[in-house]
Design a protein. Structure first.
Length: 424
């Protein structure tokens, strides 16, 4: 059997984008409380319903005054203090009042003198009668006053549509008195692993069996990229059973339960390629992409009888192949849907030699990348090119992307590093 397509990485990535592009209009929005909104993407511009600060207030503990009253330098009578949270009465002419940080400025006052600049440099006792204080002449108008709206005016755009909401954005919304935000709904992704030899973590393996790493890897990668993930477990290598299991998860036509399906395994040229055997007649194309690992690929709009048509991406079964497939082909499309931060790519100096990559293919090699004192970065290959080396994947923090048919980079030469872990 020959693959139905042979594509460059760029062409297949474009096909993934095209497959998922309609989701942008179908996902819709939802309203979430602030506590549930970190990492979500704001659906529309958020206008400030009120100014910040909402009123003129004091930036310091000190005395509120009319600066004209202090021009002569004579002591001035001290009125009742203004604590934070109190409504400030108008300031009588020729009088100063103690004011606390954040307290409302009294109407008529046009400056604040910090307590340490007063004479005496302290507030009078609460029960003091006829207290006076001398304040320095020449205090500029507006000194230590936070003017209403000086942070943001009412009606101004506080947060723009498309903002990926972090702590500072949610803090601004809270300061504006907003307790819910309209955000884009997360794409719902179903992950399904395959293989008679594959068993869930925590189970005892019989000879010839392996634990399922793919579901955990793909689910975590998808969640990190902003998707809502459901794992459907592990399907046996029976095409009819696989198709039936999948159809039962997709929902009925018109009411799809998922926005995307991602499978792992069962798409190569062997005799037991269950995903290829079950889905090749239902809208999914299979073939090869010019990259290593991750060459076998499948994609299309899955159309199983009685089930909602759903975009599907079929990844290879080796764990590293699945991760490379996700990072190179799927994550860029998800970033556009979810607002997740794109992976950082940095030029790095190769610390040691690499084995020659296969001709005509993009090769992704695991590496440990560290920042250098001169502002550059250095990459050290971790493990070999094998697609089964999960420990090397966990030890590394980057994929070195070696272009097709380019000369094999030598020690000291620059390489393109896609960072997926912590960069120190």
């Amino acid at each position: 059997m020959h693959p139905s397509f042979r594509r460059t990485v760029e062409d297949h990535r474009a096909a993934v984008h095209q497959l998922l592009a309609p989701l942008a209009d179908r996902l819709g929005t939802e309203h979430l409380p602030l506590a549930g909104a970190p990492g979500r993407v704001l659906a529309g511009d958020l206008a400030a319903p009120r100014p910040l600060p909402p009123f003129d207030n004091s930036q310091m503990d000190g005395y509120a005054l009319r600066i004209a009253d202090a021009a002569g330098g004579s002591p001035l009578p001290v009125g009742a203090p203004i604590p934070a949270g109190a409504v400030a009465p108008a300031l009588p002419a020729g009088t100063v009042v103690p004011i606390m940080t954040g307290a409302m400025m009294p109407p008529g006052a046009d400056a604040v003198v910090p307590i340490e600049h007063a004479d005496p440099p302290r507030f009078p006792p609460a029960d003091a009668r006829d207290a006076t204080v001398a304040l320095p002449a020449g205090t500029p108008a507006g000194q230590f006053i936070r003017a209403a709206g000086s942070d943001i005016a009412a009606g101004a755009t506080a947060l723009a549509a498309g903002t990926r909401l972090g702590p500072v954005h949610l803090g601004l919304a809270a300061a504006l008195g907003i307790d819910t935000l309209e955000v884009h709904r997360k794409p719902r992704v179903l992950v399904l692993a395959t293989g008679d030899e594959v068993r869930a973590p925590g189970t005892v393996l019989a000879p010839g069996q392996i634990h399922d790493a793919n579901s955990t890897l793909l689910a975590a990668l998808l969640a990190e990229a902003g998707a809502a993930v459901q794992c459907a477990g592990i399907s046996a290598d029976d095409p009819d059973a696989f198709a039936a299991t999948l159809a039962g998860k997709l929902g009925a036509a018109g009411t799809p339960a998922h926005d995307l399906v991602v499978t792992s395994g069962g798409i190569s040229q062997g005799a037991y390629e269950v995903v290829r055997q079950a889905l090749a007649r239902h809208g999914i194309d299979f073939g090869s992409v010019a990259m290593q690992p991750g060459g076998p690929q499948g994609l299309g709009l899955l159309d199983l009888p009685g089930a909602a048509p759903t975009p599907l991406l079929a990844f290879p079964g080796n764990p590293v192949s699945g991760v490379v497939s996700f990072e190179i082909l799927l994550r860029p499309a998800l970033v556009g849907l979810t607002g997740a931060a794109p992976r950082r790519r940095v030029p790095a100096r190769l610390a040691g030699p690499l084995d020659p990559p296969p001709p005509g293919k993009l090769q992704a090699r695991r590496a440990s990348v560290r920042l250098l004192h001169d502002g550059g970065a250095e990459a050290t290959a971790v493990g070999g090119p094998g697609s089964h080396l999960v420990h090397a994947l966990a030890t590394a923090n980057a994929l070195l992307l070696l272009p097709p048919d380019a000369p094999t980079p030598q020690a000291g030469e620059p390489v393109d590093a896609l960072i997926y872990g912590d960069l120190t």
